[in-house]
Design a protein around this ligand. Structure first.
Ligand code: GRF
Length: 192
């Protein structure tokens, strides 16, 4: 990954679909001196994604794309990413799978956070599955995005104990708190 030169931060887009707690956390991190990235664009496939409010709050350009036709959506996204000179993409609760073609254009420059100890529990309902399997540990992973779902190289991972009291809701909450620390740490690790 390219190193930082001077004081210029790497222009980054965040893709979301929902609440955006990781998004707000990444935005706050991006405003600190130690952040190698700035957030310049927010994409959502959901017009009602709560996280979009942070685009307004922080005056960051936002755009909603309808993924019913993924080819058209991605073409428009790529055009805008190029226009805005975006060099890096963070997926943060983005619930659509990007095409091979799209990923190739940003090869090695898209990362994602996943709420499990990958390679365990790729895909959805990770906490449910961990509880049902009586796992002792859950966790979260920041990884590079490749065309194979949740399978790219791991950048950082955090292991979190599952207690007897935990259910999938309490576990999700607990893991999410750690996600908020892990994502900025992974971004720093990539560029520094
Ligand atoms: C997080 O648990 C993330 O790991 C998963 O979706 C959730 C998004 O939460 N991919 P938020 O929208 O960042 O609050």
């Amino acid at each position: 990954m390219e190193k930082l030169t001077g004081h210029k931060k790497i222009k980054t887009a965040v893709f979301i679909s929902g609440t955006g707690s990781n998004l707000i956390n990444i935005i706050k991190f991006s405003k600190t001196k130690r952040s190698p990235i700035s957030i310049n664009l927010i994409f959502s496939n959901m017009s009602k994604a709560k996280g979009l409010r942070y685009a307004n709050q922080f005056k960051i350009k936002k755009k909603i794309f309808n993924f019913k036709n993924i080819e058209i959506a991605e073409m428009k996204m790529l055009t805008l990413l190029e226009k805005q000179k975006i060099k890096f993409i963070c997926l943060a609760g983005f619930m659509r799978i990007l095409s091979k073609r799209f990923i190739k254009k940003f090869d090695g420059k898209i990362i994602n956070i996943h709420p499990s100890l990958l390679p365990k529990y790729k895909g959805l309902n990770t906490h449910d599955r961990a509880i049902k399997n009586k796992d002792k540990f859950a966790g979260c992973t920041v990884h590079y995005v490749t065309e194979k779902l949740d399978s790219g190289k791991i950048i950082l991972q955090k292991k979190i104990k599952i207690t007897a009291k935990d259910n999938s809701v309490s576990l999700a909450k607990k893991v999410l708190k750690h996600e908020h620390k892990l994502y900025p740490a992974a971004i720093k690790k990539i560029f520094n």
